[in-house]
Design a protein around this ligand. Structure first.
Ligand code: 8YV
Length: 312
């Protein structure tokens, strides 16, 4: 009898056929969550999840045969890593292949927020463009300003490479100096005080939860713009909504939220917020590369080979 592999969400661009020889495959054609996921995965040895599927003690207890959690994505905040370690469950993820797509999306949000792209699109569609007025709908100049990158790992550095093309000065926070031409490392509070644009590129951990607290939002430069392609819980969203409503912050580009797919009504009402539904890695090419990486890890582990991207 082949071991069971349960796939919680479709993997676009992923070819499951090579795995059929190794596993009895459940799921993969439509999202499985809650009781349906537990049901499908009850005797699973391997489980594929993504950032929205919580792998916690109750789920692990319901899946006694589980030995490999393969996460489709780089962030692993949805997985109780200590519980997996204690249970001897291997955890793998998909780093690297989504770096460029996520950094592209951060720049798209930065430009769209600064230049009021989404707001302008809505106005034109609604027939609201009726006169030519040079004083109308002015945005924030991007070229030559200062971008503060919070978290200077793979994605943060990819944002910096793109930003260099817009002649942005780069500041970053991070645990260590990274040799990056022209970039300066600063403590977070100092960076927030001087950055015209702030891009969040940290993983969500106990240390980064609410990192952009109400106090830190209050320290941001008046008129600054925030871009978040990391995780919603890195930001105090109530304080962020207030800062955007009062105009203290000029705009925000948000791809991630605390309780996805729910997006706070206060953000949805604000014209100066560009909202996207967690599209950071969402290109056909990147999602297919992520799928290939997940399926490759499953095959390697099933054949007794070491995984390439082990988290636990
Ligand atoms: C999602 C992500 O995994 O990599 C991450 O941490 O959040 C994303 O790439 C992706 O949207 C698939 O659901």
């Amino acid at each position: 009898m082949k071991p069971v592999l349960c796939i919680a969400r479709p993997l676009p661009g992923g070819d499951l056929r090579p795995l059929e020889a190794l596993f009895e495959i459940r799921g993969g054609s439509a999202p499985l969550s809650g009781a349906a996921l537990v049901d499908a995965a009850r005797d699973a040895r391997a489980l594929v999840v993504t950032y929205i599927d919580r792998v916690d003690v109750p789920l692990l207890s319901a899946l006694p045969a589980l030995s490999h959690v393969a996460s489709y994505g780089v962030g692993v905040n949805h997985i109780d890593l200590d519980a997996c370690r204690a249970r001897g469950v291997l955890v793998t993820n998909t780093p690297g292949v989504l770096t460029d797509a996520t950094a592209d999306h951060a720049m798209a949000l930065l430009l769209a927020s600064a230049r009021r792209v989404a707001e302008g699109d809505r106005i034109v569609r609604a027939g609201g463009w009726t006169a030519l007025d040079p004083a109308w709908m002015l945005g924030t100049q991007v070229t030559g300003k200062t971008l503060g990158i919070v978290g200077f790992g793979r994605i943060g550095q990819a944002v910096a490479r793109r930003a260099a093309g817009f002649d942005l000065k780069i500041l970053y926070t991070g645990p260590r100096e990274v040799p990056f031409p022209g970039a300066r490392r600063l403590p977070l509070d100092d960076l927030l005080a001087v950055a015209d644009f702030v891009s969040l590129n940290v993983p969500l951990t106990n240390e980064t939860e609410n990192l952009l607290s109400a106090g830190r939002i209050a320290r941001m430069k008046p008129g600054a713009i925030l871009v978040n392609t990391a995780r919603g819980s890195v930001v105090d969203d109530v304080a962020l909504a207030s800062a955007l409503e009062s105009g203290r912050l000029a705009a925000a580009g948000l791809d991630v939220f605390r309780d996805e797919p729910r997006v706070p009504e206060r953000f949805r009402r604000l014209p100066n917020v560009v909202l996207t539904p967690h599209l950071g890695s969402g290109t056909r090419e990147t999602r297919a590369a992520m799928a290939r990486m997940v399926l490759d890890e499953l095959q390697r582990v099933a054949r007794g080979e070491p995984p390439r991207h082990r988290v636990v």
